[in-house]
Design a protein around this ligand. Structure first.
Ligand SMILES: Cc1cc2nc3c(=O)[nH]c(=O)nc-3n(C[C@H](O)[C@H](O)[C@H](O)COP(=O)(O)OP(=O)(O)OC[C@H]3O[C@@H](n4cnc5c(N)ncnc54)[C@H](O)[C@@H]3O)c2cc1C
Length: 554
């Protein structure tokens, strides 16, 4: 943790030097001693300290300074660091001004110059003030601060990116936080450039892209080498498992992830059926553990970075990335998973990120404290989200198209929902419109049996209506089903025709696509079981097929 500061201000260089010397000697171990030779320069420095989220414990300021008196300085400093203790250094002639300031500027103490010996005339007073300050001091949050408007899609994007990459941050809503307003002023930021992201070193970004944030926080987006034994596309459970097994078995491995490692599982508030975790674990926790494990084995993780195309020039496979670069490998595993299906009704697209969200339960949960939350969907992901929100929201309403939860939700979740008093399940109900100027204000619901419609006020709508693969970029190279899932192994042989792109005597291995050496695992694979454990299983065993493939080409 950063040491809190003691700030001393005096225009007389000799006095300033003497104060600093005495302060350092007694307090240097536990406090940073900062000096300034005028009130104006001290105020500038205070703004920078505030941007770096550092604390000031005490001001020790000379009353007699030409441009700005000590009292005038303290009046302004108070608005920046209201909790810091305030002491004036005065000459005998200033005693009256100092006494008046005790009432007007809430000066805690005034000391007479000279203060020798400090052991008798300085330290006892300051010790008292610092003890008092310590008693109520709460260390400030030392991570990234995000300032913006709750209903801004760009603010949501930044929060979601940080949350999913497990980067701690403090969200400051400009409508609710006085401190946020102050920081915006010190950072010289215009509100039209929100969100403002302030890093612990005081540096800032406005309206940043995920890539800009990634660079600031040390995530890697560019490959270190042009060539790898194994490239994995997708960092969900399947990709992470493949990465851990690949690297632990000696393959030079790189994993490319478009958003954040963890994939869909990373957005799950509680996975209760993953083997070995009897009380369940959050998707974020699973992702963090897996990323640590992968890094320990030397996997290079590029995120956020998107794969855009595949090129084959035997025996090498090339992957084109969204920044225009290309990397090559012997073998490739596609672990692309699936992405949320969009709710195609009026208003939803326009208000996405401004009250309407896909997934994103964790990033927004705190903002919904004591509010009414609507959740669309009746499968496990919707059920988990309802349970999670019920801890924060005043009330959660699940909007389910079918006539019960039973069809696509696990029984343990149905039981939990039934036992949670602040969750209501509305069956036979569809959302047919989202309304609002700049953020969600109401939703229109339709009863599917009677056709009756009803518009209810709503500020938060979370959509969990299933998912679909996003594999269009593989067109012309990788064979897929009508619904876009990647065909592998026996599924390629089903119609007994020649497999497009296949030039070997042997049949494709179990998880191999129509291109030898390119494999597909997890949710994106046609016929896969859409579960964390099965994704992890496929990712792990696929590395065996990679070895078999490599043994023939190397
Ligand atoms: C909210 C929720 C709760 C769930 N709860 C459970 C549960 O309790 N138990 C359970 O067993 N299962 C659960 N599931 C299902 C489980 O999470 C998935 O089956 C699992 O995550 C699939 O893993 P995957 O690695 O195949 O794909 P995903 O998890 O979808 O990961 C794929 C990754 O690939 C990335 N990607 C895609 N295309 C590209 C590209 N072109 N370039 C770079 N990266 C790309 C994506 O950004 C994504 O991170 C849940 C799912 C959700 C959404």
């Amino acid at each position: 943790m950063n040491k809190p500061a003691i700030v001393t201000v005096d225009d007389d260089p000799e006095v300033l030097q003497a104060v600093v010397r005495d302060l350092r000697q007694e307090y240097g171990e536990n406090y940073r001693i900062l000096r300034a030779d005028s009130g104006a320069s001290a105020l500038e420095a205070l703004e920078q300290l505030k941007l770096r989220n550092q604390s000031v414990a005490l001001f020790l300021v000379d009353q007699r300074m030409p441009q700005m008196s000590g009292v005038e300085f303290l009046e302004q400093a108070m608005s920046i660091f209201p909790d810091a203790k305030r002491a004036l250094l005065t000459a005998y002639a200033d005693t009256d001004a100092a006494i008046r300031a005790i009432n007007t500027t809430k000066i805690d103490y005034y000391l007479m110059k000279p203060w020798n010996p400090p052991e008798e005339r300085l330290y006892p007073v300051l010790n008292d003030l610092l003890d008092d300050w310590q008693a109520t001091f709460r260390p400030p949050f030392e991570g990234i601060r995000v300032i913006g408007n709750r209903w801004s899609p760009h603010s949501h994007q930044v929060k979601d990116f940080l949350a999913r990459n497990q980067v701690p941050y403090e969200w400051m809503d400009i409508e609710l936080s006085k401190e946020a307003e102050q920081l915006v002023e010190y950072a010289d930021c215009n509100k039209i450039h929100f969100p403002l992201v302030i890093f612990p070193d005081g540096s800032k970004l406005t309206q940043p892209t995920n890539t800009e944030i990634a660079e600031k926080i040390g995530l890697r987006t560019q490959a270190q080498q042009p060539f790898y034994d194994l490239i994995i596309v997708g960092g969900g459970p399947a990709g992470l498992a493949a990465a851990v097994y690949g690297a632990s078995e000696g393959l030079r491995t790189v994993m490319i992830e478009r958003e954040a490692p963890g994939g869909q599982a990373g957005t799950s508030s509680r996975i209760e059926n993953y083997l070995g975790f009897p009380v369940g674990l959050s998707g974020g926790d699973l992702a963090r553990r897996a990323v640590t494990q992968a890094r320990r084995f030397g996997v290079e993780i590029l995120t956020p970075q998107e794969a855009k195309g595949i090129r084959v020039a035997d025996p090498y496979r090339f992957l084109q990335l969204s920044d225009g670069s290309e990397i090559s490998c012997h073998a490739m595993i596609l672990a692309l998973g699936v992405a949320w299906r969009r709710l195609d009704v009026p208003g939803v697209n326009r208000l996405t990120g401004a009250g309407v969200y896909y997934g994103a339960a964790q990033a927004e949960a705190m903002s919904c404290k004591d509010e009414e939350v609507y959740i669309v969907g009746g499968a496990n992901s919707a059920g988990q989200a309802a349970m999670y929100f019920s801890k924060y929201a005043r009330h959660v309403t699940m909007l389910v198209r079918g006539d019960s939860l039973g069809i696509s939700m696990s029984q343990y979740l149905i039981d939990q929902i039934a036992d949670t008093p602040n969750i209501t399940v509305k069956t036979q109900t569809s959302v047919i419109e989202a309304k609002g100027e700049t953020s969600l204000e109401a939703i229109t619901l339709k009863n599917n049996l009677t056709g009756e419609t009803q518009t209810v006020p709503a500020t938060s709508l979370f959509i969990f209506i299933g998912a679909a693969p996003r594999t269009e970029w593989l067109d012309g190279v990788i064979e897929r089903s009508d619904r876009g899932f990647i065909l592998t192994g026996p599924d390629l042989l089903r119609d007994k025709q020649h497999i497009k792109g296949w030039n070997l005597e042997r049949d494709p291995y179990l998880l191999e696509t129509n291109i030898p050496g390119i494999f597909a695992v997890g949710d994106v694979r046609h016929g896969s079981v859409k579960r964390v454990a099965s994704g992890v299983g496929e990712g792990s065993i696929c590395v065996q097929f990679v070895h078999q493939y490599l043994s023939k080409v190397l």
